[in-house]
Each structure stands twice: as C-alpha cells, then as structure tokens.
Design a protein around this ligand. Structure first.
Ligand code: AMP
Length: 304
C-alpha cells in the first residue's frame, strides 16, 4: 500500500485578524482556526491544510506556513478579500468582544479535499459551518479518528446539521459555555453525558486557562493548563490545543484512551507556547526540543 500524502487533514477558517489586548493592539495579523491548528500539528506529523484565502493574502503569511512544512495543496485562493476578524480583550484577558467580522471569500467557501488528503487517517474538522463539515465527511475515505470543533454561532443557527455531523465524529471539542449552550446543562458532567448521547466516543471540554476535561462513557480525565508567567494573546489557543492534540495522536498512529491522554498533553503545551505571542509568532520560532522540555516539566508538576 502506498503511504497517504498527509497523515492529518485539517479544515477551518483562515483570517486576517486585528486584536487588541489591554497591553497592545496588532493589526492585520495571521489568524483563523486552521492556521493555528496546522501550525501546532506540524511539530508532530505531516499536515494538510484546507481553507480559503483571497488574492490580497500576503506572501509572508504563506511563507510562514511553508516554513512549518504544512502541506498547502488544499488551500484555495479566490478572487477577492480574505476573511477578516477583529476583537478586543477585557482587562482580565478572559472575556473577549468581537468588534467586526467580514466574511469576504469565506462566505462562499466550499472545502474541496485534494485526492491526496482523502485517505488521511486523522481528520480535524475545525470551526466552520456544520453543513461544510458534513461536505468534508462526504469526501474522506474511512479516517480512523475524526475530531470536530464548533462555536456558539452554529449552535444558535444550525443545531440540526451540527447534531448530524457530531454523530459522525469520534471526538467533539467545545468550551464550557458552548457545552452549556448546546445542552442547557449547568454542570460539565451532565453536559458531557448529553453530548456523548449524540454519538461521539469522546467529548473534550476546554476550560481556557483552567485546562480541559475528557469524557467518554467510562471515565473522565482531567488535564491542567501549563502555568505561564505571562501571555500576550489567547486568540486561537483552543485551535492550537486541538491541532497539537491531533498532530501528536496522528504521530502515535493510535486512537486509544491512553494515546489520547498523551496527545492532550502535547496539545496543551503547544497552546501554552502559542499564547506567549500574537498570531503564530511564537510557534514559528518554536522547536520540538522546547516542546519536549516543557512536556517533561509539566508531567513532573502533575505527578501524584
Ligand atoms: P478562537 O480564539 O478559538 O475563537 O479562534 C480565533 C480565530 O477564529 C481567529 O483567528 C479568527 O480569525 C477566527 N474566527 C473568528 N470568527 C470566526 C467565525 N465566525 N468563523 C470562523 N472563524 C472565525
């Protein structure tokens, strides 16, 4: 059998972001769910990106991805402007307000997977319209592990398609408030139980700086977040976490609970680096050794 061209396919949004934190404002920087996720995954496995940019997309951003060895065959370039998003963080950096969203070429995006991506054993459906996530599932051939992410917007406007696509995936990831919004349950245990009933084997709830929780029908696994002295920009942390997790899982070749736990540690550490700088700035300078050193330090912190 010939080796598939990529081990992990990731689909999602690509944005040019303007972000304001209490300390700093950065304009027109590289963002989007698939950008963060592919960057994190690229440390561990050969990753293919599926997304759309406009003809205004800067060459420097493409070079950032190329330098990370991300496969760009699934990237579409369409006449027009790239998706743009801007947001502002409050003083505590926990709450964020969206200031503007310009869909531009993202409005008519239809993810089309290159032939070489369709046999990838691992698939990450990043945050895009659930009907488009379903469209991706029609194109892939038997992936052994599918992770799906979403956001409050789709829970509010297309819960039906979202429910359908979640039922076809191995793992669902979402944050605490989205889990509550989806299920109406106030405790994460009850919310996770309801979400597992939709069909995925695992539900992974992200709790920002408080770590994450992995649920399946048998057990719960708790993972702390790596404690940082300082961070600059939490945008995309969830995508970096999920991308790192999927990259590490793909590199292991496994899909069992133990492998998922280990992959979650890598995802969490990738995210801890990602938030140290804006955009992909820190991930672009990062190397695998630094990841391993922080993973070891983190495991020592958690040892009981
Ligand atoms: P997160 O911090 O996980 O919410 O991810 C932030 C990234 O999501 C930013 O880089 C944005 O470009 C992108 N984004 C913002 N709004 C949307 C949206 N409606 N659909 C898809 N991606 C979005």
């Amino acid at each position: 059998m010939t080796q598939p061209a990529v081990d992990l396919t990731i689909v999602g949004s690509i944005g040019i972001d303007t972000i304001e934190t209490p300390a700093e404002k950065r304009e027109e920087i590289l963002g989007g769910s698939v950008s963060y996720a592919c960057a994190a995954a690229s440390f561990f496995t050969h990753t293919g990106m599926v997304g759309v940019v406009g003809t205004d997309f800067p060459q420097a951003f493409l070079d950032t991805w190329k330098d990370m060895n991300i496969d760009l065959e699934g990237l579409q370039t369409v006449e027009g402007k790239t998706f743009r998003w801007s947001g502002v963080y409050e003083e505590n950096m926990d709450n964020r307000t969206t200031l503007s969203t310009e869909l531009n070429v993202f409005e008519t995006f239809s993810p089309e997977l290159p032939e070489a991506y369709r046999d990838a054993p691992y698939l990450f459906l990043g945050n895009i319209h659930p009907a488009l996530q379903l469209h991706v599932l029609e194109q892939v051939r038997n992936p052994k592990f599918i992770l799906i992410d979403t956001m409050d917007l789709w829970i509010n406007i297309d819960k039906e398609d979202l429910t359908k696509v979640i039922g076809k995936c191995t793992m669902l990831t979402l944050n605490e408030s989205e889990a509550e919004l989806f299920t109406g349950e106030r405790t994460l245990n009850k919310a996770a139980k309801k979400l597992l009933e939709l069909g995925p084997e695992y539900v992974l709830i992200k709790k920002g700086g408080n770590g994450s929780m992995l649920f399946n029908h048998e057990e719960v696994f708790l993972l702390h977040a790596y404690p940082l002295d300082h961070f600059k920009d939490p945008t995309g942390a969830g995508d970096t976490f999920a991308g790192g997790l999927m990259g590490a899982l793909a590199a292991s070749g496994k899909t069992d609970r133990e492998a998922i736990r280990q992959a979650m540690v890598y995802g969490s550490i990738a995210a801890s680096f990602g938030v140290e700088e804006f955009s992909l700035d820190r991930l672009a300078k990062l190397d695998r050794d630094e990841i391993e050193i922080r993973v070891a330090e983190f495991k020592e912190m958690c040892r009981i």
